[in-house]
Design a protein around this ligand. Sequence first.
Ligand SMILES: [Zn+2]
Ligand SMILES: [Zn+2]
Length: 212
Amino acid sequence: MKCLCCQHDFIPNWELSNMWTSQNICNPCKMKFVKSGGCVDCGKPGIDLCQDCRRWQNLGLPLHTRTMYLYNEEAKAFMHRYKFLGDTVLIRMFTDELKKVKMRRGWIVPIPLSRDRLSERKFNQAEEIARRMNGKVTLALKRDEGTPQSRKSREERLKRSNPFHVTKEVAGKNILLVDDVYTTGITLRQAMVRLKEAGASEISAVTLFRSI
Ligand SMILES: [Zn+2]
Ligand SMILES: [Zn+2]
């Protein structure tokens, strides 16, 4: 079997405990992805509630975000191949973990790309991640055109007006937002603010990676 991550052949380890997992990544590669953990709201390592999340709480914008892995060098290389080279097969490496995310009574809502971005990249990485989770994926948000956020500083992003609007009836709905990488948490909170304004009930989030 070929490892999705390093492309080398490996012999899957068919033990009873992992019989039901897809086994498409070799063990050495698996070890390179480190689970996040620490801050209860964002998974930042080494602290129960990080300063950033404390600040968000003080602003009345807490958002419980389950971040799955740390955004280390391996994760960055993965994201580069996945996002910029359009290698969507790669996301299968994380299918088993993503399947464990369940949303029974509510919607899984991926953070959208703008129309320009989407036509340039051909796929929305957050949506691909969301579709591997257990629950109903609903595209309930749209994003206005504008400079991609990764090119803006944090201050610029904070001041900037909210690029999202809600396109579905979300009143009373529980929502699980999905994005690829949690960096400042601003994007997810901008989406959360719009959904709250539209009457959504409980909102939480999941991202594949937590930047470090
Ligand atoms: Zn490998
Ligand atoms: Zn935090």
